[in-house]
Design a protein around this ligand. Structure first.
Ligand SMILES: C[S@@+](CC[C@H](N)C(=O)[O-])C[C@H]1O[C@@H](n2cnc3c(N)ncnc32)[C@H](O)[C@@H]1O
Length: 344
Protein backbone atom coordinates (compact mmCIF):
# COMPACT_ATOMS: atom_id res chain seq x y z
CA UNK A 1 0.00 0.00 0.00
CA UNK A 2 1.01 3.58 -0.58
CA UNK A 3 -0.02 6.14 2.03
CA UNK A 4 0.43 9.91 1.81
CA UNK A 5 1.05 11.85 5.02
CA UNK A 6 2.20 15.21 6.30
CA UNK A 7 5.99 15.53 5.91
CA UNK A 8 7.65 14.70 9.23
CA UNK A 9 4.90 12.25 10.22
CA UNK A 10 6.13 9.25 8.25
CA UNK A 11 7.07 7.28 11.40
CA UNK A 12 3.62 7.88 12.90
CA UNK A 13 1.90 6.92 9.67
CA UNK A 14 4.04 3.76 9.49
CA UNK A 15 3.37 2.82 13.12
CA UNK A 16 -0.35 3.32 12.59
CA UNK A 17 -0.62 1.24 9.40
CA UNK A 18 1.54 -1.49 10.93
CA UNK A 19 -0.83 -1.63 13.93
CA UNK A 20 -3.92 -1.55 11.70
CA UNK A 21 -2.58 -4.46 9.63
CA UNK A 22 -1.54 -6.41 12.72
CA UNK A 23 -5.12 -6.03 13.97
CA UNK A 24 -6.35 -7.92 10.90
CA UNK A 25 -3.60 -10.51 11.19
CA UNK A 26 -1.24 -9.15 8.53
CA UNK A 27 2.46 -8.57 9.18
CA UNK A 28 4.74 -6.51 7.00
CA UNK A 29 7.32 -3.77 6.83
CA UNK A 30 7.24 -0.08 5.93
CA UNK A 31 9.48 2.22 3.97
CA UNK A 32 9.02 5.51 5.83
CA UNK A 33 11.85 7.93 5.15
CA UNK A 34 11.70 11.17 7.16
CA UNK A 35 10.41 14.15 5.21
CA UNK A 36 9.31 12.27 2.09
CA UNK A 37 5.59 12.71 2.90
CA UNK A 38 4.63 9.15 2.03
CA UNK A 39 4.98 5.64 3.37
CA UNK A 40 4.82 2.29 1.63
CA UNK A 41 3.65 -0.81 3.48
CA UNK A 42 4.61 -4.24 2.17
CA UNK A 43 2.71 -7.22 3.56
CA UNK A 44 4.63 -10.43 4.19
CA UNK A 45 3.57 -12.90 2.99
CA UNK A 46 1.56 -11.19 0.26
CA UNK A 47 -2.11 -11.70 1.23
CA UNK A 48 -4.44 -13.55 -1.14
CA UNK A 49 -6.97 -10.72 -1.31
CA UNK A 50 -6.14 -7.03 -1.58
CA UNK A 51 -5.24 -5.88 1.91
CA UNK A 52 -6.82 -2.49 1.30
CA UNK A 53 -10.30 -4.05 1.20
CA UNK A 54 -10.01 -4.76 4.93
CA UNK A 55 -8.82 -1.29 5.93
CA UNK A 56 -10.76 1.96 6.15
CA UNK A 57 -9.06 5.18 5.07
CA UNK A 58 -11.38 7.14 7.34
CA UNK A 59 -10.12 5.23 10.37
CA UNK A 60 -6.47 6.08 9.78
CA UNK A 61 -5.36 9.27 11.50
CA UNK A 62 -2.02 9.99 9.85
CA UNK A 63 -2.74 8.67 6.34
CA UNK A 64 -4.03 11.42 4.09
CA UNK A 65 -4.44 8.94 1.27
CA UNK A 66 -4.61 5.18 1.04
CA UNK A 67 -3.77 3.39 -2.21
CA UNK A 68 -3.15 -0.18 -3.29
CA UNK A 69 0.39 -0.04 -4.60
CA UNK A 70 0.87 -1.28 -8.16
CA UNK A 71 4.06 -1.72 -10.15
CA UNK A 72 6.83 0.89 -10.42
CA UNK A 73 7.28 2.43 -13.86
CA UNK A 74 10.58 3.74 -15.23
CA UNK A 75 9.93 7.07 -16.96
CA UNK A 76 12.27 7.86 -19.85
CA UNK A 77 12.29 11.66 -20.40
CA UNK A 78 11.56 11.22 -24.12
CA UNK A 79 8.15 9.57 -23.59
CA UNK A 80 6.77 9.14 -20.11
CA UNK A 81 3.13 8.52 -21.03
CA UNK A 82 3.63 5.27 -23.01
CA UNK A 83 5.27 3.24 -20.21
CA UNK A 84 2.62 4.45 -17.74
CA UNK A 85 -0.23 3.39 -20.06
CA UNK A 86 1.39 0.04 -20.84
CA UNK A 87 1.89 -0.69 -17.15
CA UNK A 88 -1.67 0.06 -16.12
CA UNK A 89 -3.45 -1.76 -18.96
CA UNK A 90 -4.93 -4.86 -17.39
CA UNK A 91 -4.76 -3.62 -13.78
CA UNK A 92 -8.51 -2.93 -14.01
CA UNK A 93 -11.09 -2.99 -16.84
CA UNK A 94 -11.33 0.79 -16.57
CA UNK A 95 -10.76 3.63 -14.14
CA UNK A 96 -13.07 6.26 -12.68
CA UNK A 97 -10.38 8.93 -13.06
CA UNK A 98 -6.64 9.41 -13.39
CA UNK A 99 -4.73 11.61 -10.98
CA UNK A 100 -1.05 12.47 -11.47
CA UNK A 101 0.40 13.28 -8.10
CA UNK A 102 3.60 14.02 -6.22
CA UNK A 103 4.57 14.01 -2.54
CA UNK A 104 3.56 17.03 -0.46
CA UNK A 105 7.22 17.74 0.36
CA UNK A 106 9.50 20.54 -0.86
CA UNK A 107 11.15 18.20 -3.38
CA UNK A 108 7.81 16.71 -4.32
CA UNK A 109 6.12 20.02 -5.03
CA UNK A 110 8.78 20.74 -7.67
CA UNK A 111 7.13 17.94 -9.69
CA UNK A 112 3.72 19.58 -9.86
CA UNK A 113 4.27 21.12 -13.31
CA UNK A 114 5.43 17.80 -14.72
CA UNK A 115 2.35 16.11 -13.24
CA UNK A 116 0.06 18.67 -14.87
CA UNK A 117 1.87 18.40 -18.21
CA UNK A 118 1.66 14.61 -18.20
CA UNK A 119 -2.08 14.32 -17.67
CA UNK A 120 -3.21 14.84 -21.27
CA UNK A 121 -0.58 12.50 -22.83
CA UNK A 122 -1.39 9.79 -20.26
CA UNK A 123 -5.15 10.06 -20.93
CA UNK A 124 -4.44 9.90 -24.67
CA UNK A 125 -2.14 6.89 -24.32
CA UNK A 126 -4.81 5.11 -22.24
CA UNK A 127 -7.57 5.93 -24.73
CA UNK A 128 -5.41 4.54 -27.56
CA UNK A 129 -5.21 1.27 -25.65
CA UNK A 130 -8.97 1.17 -25.11
CA UNK A 131 -8.79 1.96 -21.38
CA UNK A 132 -11.75 4.06 -20.24
CA UNK A 133 -11.11 6.62 -17.53
CA UNK A 134 -14.67 7.68 -16.71
CA UNK A 135 -16.17 4.44 -15.39
CA UNK A 136 -18.47 4.98 -12.40
CA UNK A 137 -17.50 2.87 -9.37
CA UNK A 138 -14.22 1.75 -10.98
CA UNK A 139 -10.97 2.28 -9.06
CA UNK A 140 -9.26 5.64 -9.43
CA UNK A 141 -5.80 5.46 -10.98
CA UNK A 142 -3.05 7.40 -9.19
CA UNK A 143 0.28 7.90 -10.92
CA UNK A 144 2.65 9.03 -8.21
CA UNK A 145 5.93 10.69 -9.18
CA UNK A 146 8.15 10.29 -6.14
CA UNK A 147 11.14 12.20 -7.51
CA UNK A 148 13.24 9.11 -8.14
CA UNK A 149 12.69 9.31 -11.91
CA UNK A 150 10.25 6.41 -11.62
CA UNK A 151 6.52 6.56 -11.03
CA UNK A 152 4.52 4.37 -8.70
CA UNK A 153 1.10 3.27 -9.72
CA UNK A 154 -1.65 3.25 -7.11
CA UNK A 155 -5.30 2.28 -7.16
CA UNK A 156 -7.90 3.84 -4.88
CA UNK A 157 -11.42 2.81 -4.09
CA UNK A 158 -13.26 6.15 -4.41
CA UNK A 159 -15.40 5.17 -1.38
CA UNK A 160 -12.35 4.35 0.70
CA UNK A 161 -9.92 7.15 -0.02
CA UNK A 162 -9.52 10.92 0.14
CA UNK A 163 -11.68 12.55 -2.53
CA UNK A 164 -9.18 15.34 -3.33
CA UNK A 165 -6.13 15.24 -5.65
CA UNK A 166 -2.96 14.97 -3.54
CA UNK A 167 -5.43 14.40 -0.68
CA UNK A 168 -5.47 18.18 -0.22
CA UNK A 169 -8.84 19.92 0.11
CA UNK A 170 -8.44 23.35 -1.47
CA UNK A 171 -10.22 25.68 0.92
CA UNK A 172 -10.35 29.42 0.47
CA UNK A 173 -9.55 31.57 3.49
CA UNK A 174 -12.53 33.93 3.65
CA UNK A 175 -11.57 37.58 4.12
CA UNK A 176 -13.90 38.03 7.06
CA UNK A 177 -12.50 35.05 8.98
CA UNK A 178 -10.72 36.17 12.16
CA UNK A 179 -7.86 33.66 11.84
CA UNK A 180 -6.30 31.06 9.55
CA UNK A 181 -7.33 28.42 12.09
CA UNK A 182 -10.82 28.77 10.67
CA UNK A 183 -9.76 26.44 7.85
CA UNK A 184 -9.15 23.62 10.34
CA UNK A 185 -12.75 23.60 11.48
CA UNK A 186 -14.02 24.06 7.92
CA UNK A 187 -11.97 21.07 6.78
CA UNK A 188 -13.05 19.05 9.83
CA UNK A 189 -16.73 19.64 9.11
CA UNK A 190 -16.20 18.59 5.49
CA UNK A 191 -14.14 15.55 6.42
CA UNK A 192 -16.13 14.08 9.28
CA UNK A 193 -19.68 15.01 8.20
CA UNK A 194 -21.33 14.09 4.92
CA UNK A 195 -23.21 16.78 2.97
CA UNK A 196 -26.62 15.77 4.33
CA UNK A 197 -25.23 15.51 7.86
CA UNK A 198 -23.87 19.05 7.59
CA UNK A 199 -27.36 20.25 6.69
CA UNK A 200 -29.01 18.26 9.45
CA UNK A 201 -26.50 18.82 12.22
CA UNK A 202 -25.44 22.43 11.61
CA UNK A 203 -28.65 24.43 11.40
CA UNK A 204 -29.43 28.05 12.20
CA UNK A 205 -30.54 28.44 15.80
CA UNK A 206 -28.46 25.52 17.07
CA UNK A 207 -26.07 26.25 19.94
CA UNK A 208 -22.35 25.69 20.33
CA UNK A 209 -19.59 26.32 22.85
CA UNK A 210 -16.10 27.13 21.56
CA UNK A 211 -13.38 26.56 24.18
CA UNK A 212 -10.16 28.47 23.46
CA UNK A 213 -12.02 30.55 20.90
CA UNK A 214 -9.94 33.72 20.45
CA UNK A 215 -9.66 35.43 18.05
CA UNK A 216 -12.67 33.52 16.70
CA UNK A 217 -11.89 31.53 13.54
CA UNK A 218 -13.81 28.46 14.74
CA UNK A 219 -16.68 30.53 16.18
CA UNK A 220 -16.87 32.30 12.81
CA UNK A 221 -17.35 28.96 10.99
CA UNK A 222 -20.25 28.09 13.28
CA UNK A 223 -21.79 31.56 13.23
CA UNK A 224 -21.70 31.67 9.44
CA UNK A 225 -23.86 28.53 9.48
CA UNK A 226 -26.30 30.36 11.75
CA UNK A 227 -25.33 28.71 15.06
CA UNK A 228 -25.28 30.75 18.25
CA UNK A 229 -21.87 30.40 19.88
CA UNK A 230 -20.53 30.92 23.38
CA UNK A 231 -16.85 31.70 22.87
CA UNK A 232 -14.81 30.91 25.97
CA UNK A 233 -11.36 32.50 26.16
CA UNK A 234 -9.55 35.06 28.26
CA UNK A 235 -8.09 36.55 25.09
CA UNK A 236 -9.81 39.12 22.85
CA UNK A 237 -12.29 38.15 20.16
CA UNK A 238 -12.44 39.68 16.70
CA UNK A 239 -14.63 42.81 16.94
CA UNK A 240 -16.20 42.29 13.49
CA UNK A 241 -17.33 38.79 14.45
CA UNK A 242 -18.72 40.02 17.76
CA UNK A 243 -20.63 42.80 15.99
CA UNK A 244 -22.62 40.20 14.04
CA UNK A 245 -24.44 39.28 17.25
CA UNK A 246 -24.34 35.47 17.08
CA UNK A 247 -21.33 35.06 19.35
CA UNK A 248 -21.23 35.73 23.07
CA UNK A 249 -17.77 36.10 24.64
CA UNK A 250 -17.21 34.57 28.08
CA UNK A 251 -13.85 35.25 29.72
CA UNK A 252 -13.29 32.03 31.63
CA UNK A 253 -11.05 28.99 31.94
CA UNK A 254 -12.18 26.43 29.36
CA UNK A 255 -11.45 23.60 31.79
CA UNK A 256 -13.90 25.01 34.34
CA UNK A 257 -16.62 26.45 32.14
CA UNK A 258 -19.94 24.55 32.25
CA UNK A 259 -23.26 25.04 30.47
CA UNK A 260 -26.69 25.27 32.11
CA UNK A 261 -28.42 23.23 29.40
CA UNK A 262 -26.94 20.97 26.70
CA UNK A 263 -25.59 22.47 23.50
CA UNK A 264 -25.54 20.90 20.05
CA UNK A 265 -21.78 21.24 19.57
CA UNK A 266 -18.67 21.61 21.69
CA UNK A 267 -15.57 22.69 19.78
CA UNK A 268 -12.18 23.07 21.41
CA UNK A 269 -8.88 24.40 20.08
CA UNK A 270 -7.06 25.07 23.36
CA UNK A 271 -3.34 24.41 23.35
CA UNK A 272 -3.02 21.66 25.95
CA UNK A 273 -1.84 18.08 26.25
CA UNK A 274 -4.00 15.70 24.19
CA UNK A 275 -5.01 13.54 27.16
CA UNK A 276 -6.29 16.62 29.03
CA UNK A 277 -8.33 17.79 26.07
CA UNK A 278 -9.72 14.29 25.54
CA UNK A 279 -10.66 14.01 29.22
CA UNK A 280 -12.36 17.42 29.09
CA UNK A 281 -14.41 16.58 25.98
CA UNK A 282 -15.21 13.13 27.37
CA UNK A 283 -16.63 14.85 30.49
CA UNK A 284 -18.93 17.01 28.37
CA UNK A 285 -20.13 13.92 26.46
CA UNK A 286 -20.69 11.83 29.62
CA UNK A 287 -22.70 14.57 31.32
CA UNK A 288 -24.74 15.00 28.14
CA UNK A 289 -23.66 18.66 27.96
CA UNK A 290 -23.07 18.43 24.18
CA UNK A 291 -24.35 16.16 21.41
CA UNK A 292 -21.38 16.50 19.05
CA UNK A 293 -17.80 17.68 19.43
CA UNK A 294 -14.77 18.69 17.41
CA UNK A 295 -11.44 19.08 19.18
CA UNK A 296 -7.92 19.68 18.08
CA UNK A 297 -5.26 17.54 19.76
CA UNK A 298 -1.84 19.22 19.83
CA UNK A 299 0.76 16.49 19.64
CA UNK A 300 3.92 16.10 21.67
CA UNK A 301 7.15 15.78 19.68
CA UNK A 302 7.55 12.12 20.53
CA UNK A 303 5.15 9.20 20.84
CA UNK A 304 2.62 11.02 18.70
CA UNK A 305 0.87 7.88 17.47
CA UNK A 306 0.46 6.50 21.00
CA UNK A 307 -0.61 9.92 22.38
CA UNK A 308 -3.39 9.99 19.77
CA UNK A 309 -4.41 6.41 20.54
CA UNK A 310 -4.67 7.16 24.27
CA UNK A 311 -6.73 10.31 23.66
CA UNK A 312 -9.07 8.49 21.27
CA UNK A 313 -9.59 5.68 23.77
CA UNK A 314 -10.80 8.26 26.31
CA UNK A 315 -13.22 9.75 23.79
CA UNK A 316 -14.40 6.33 22.61
CA UNK A 317 -15.24 5.34 26.19
CA UNK A 318 -17.50 8.41 26.53
CA UNK A 319 -19.22 8.12 23.13
CA UNK A 320 -23.03 8.40 23.21
CA UNK A 321 -24.64 5.20 21.85
CA UNK A 322 -25.46 6.35 18.32
CA UNK A 323 -22.50 8.69 17.85
CA UNK A 324 -19.31 7.90 15.93
CA UNK A 325 -15.74 9.03 16.48
CA UNK A 326 -13.39 10.18 13.74
CA UNK A 327 -9.86 11.50 13.89
CA UNK A 328 -7.54 12.73 11.14
CA UNK A 329 -4.46 14.77 10.68
CA UNK A 330 -6.15 17.27 8.40
CA UNK A 331 -4.28 19.11 5.68
CA UNK A 332 -4.66 22.34 7.67
CA UNK A 333 -3.40 20.68 10.87
CA UNK A 334 0.27 21.10 11.71
CA UNK A 335 1.75 19.29 14.74
CA UNK A 336 -1.75 18.25 15.66
CA UNK A 337 -4.73 16.12 14.69
CA UNK A 338 -8.46 16.80 14.83
CA UNK A 339 -11.02 14.50 16.42
CA UNK A 340 -14.78 14.65 15.92
CA UNK A 341 -17.73 13.06 17.68
CA UNK A 342 -20.62 13.04 15.21
CA UNK A 343 -24.05 12.50 16.77
CA UNK A 344 -26.29 9.81 15.26
C1 LIG B 1 -4.97 28.08 18.84
S1 LIG B 1 -5.78 29.36 19.68
C2 LIG B 1 -7.42 29.21 19.13
C3 LIG B 1 -7.67 29.75 17.79
C4 LIG B 1 -9.13 29.73 17.42
N1 LIG B 1 -9.65 28.37 17.30
C5 LIG B 1 -9.40 30.44 16.13
O1 LIG B 1 -9.81 29.79 15.17
O2 LIG B 1 -9.23 31.67 16.06
C6 LIG B 1 -5.85 28.75 21.30
C7 LIG B 1 -6.64 29.64 22.26
O3 LIG B 1 -6.85 28.87 23.44
C8 LIG B 1 -6.90 29.76 24.50
N2 LIG B 1 -6.72 29.00 25.73
C9 LIG B 1 -5.65 28.27 26.13
N3 LIG B 1 -5.89 27.72 27.34
C10 LIG B 1 -7.15 28.08 27.68
C11 LIG B 1 -7.98 27.83 28.81
N4 LIG B 1 -7.56 27.05 29.82
N5 LIG B 1 -9.21 28.37 28.84
C12 LIG B 1 -9.66 29.15 27.83
N6 LIG B 1 -8.91 29.43 26.73
C13 LIG B 1 -7.67 28.91 26.68
C14 LIG B 1 -5.81 30.78 24.22
O4 LIG B 1 -6.06 32.00 24.89
C15 LIG B 1 -5.92 30.91 22.69
O5 LIG B 1 -6.71 32.03 22.34
Amino acid sequence: MLLYCRPGFEKDCAAEITDACAAIGVAGYCDARPGQAFVTFHALPVPARPLIADLRWSRLVFARQLLALGPAVALPAADRATPIAETVVGLAPGFSDVWLEHPDSNDGRALSRLCRALRTPVLKALAERGVATDVTDAPRLHVFLDGSGDARVGLADPRNSAPWPLAIPRLRLPRAAPSRSTLKLDEALQTFLGATERERLLRPGMRAVDLGAAPGGWSWQLARRGLRVTAVDNGPMDPRLMAEGLVEHVRADGFRYRVGRPVDWLVCDMVEQPHRIAALVAGWLRRGDCHGAVCNLKLPMKRRHSAVREALARLEAALPPSARLGCKQLYHDREEVTAAVVPG
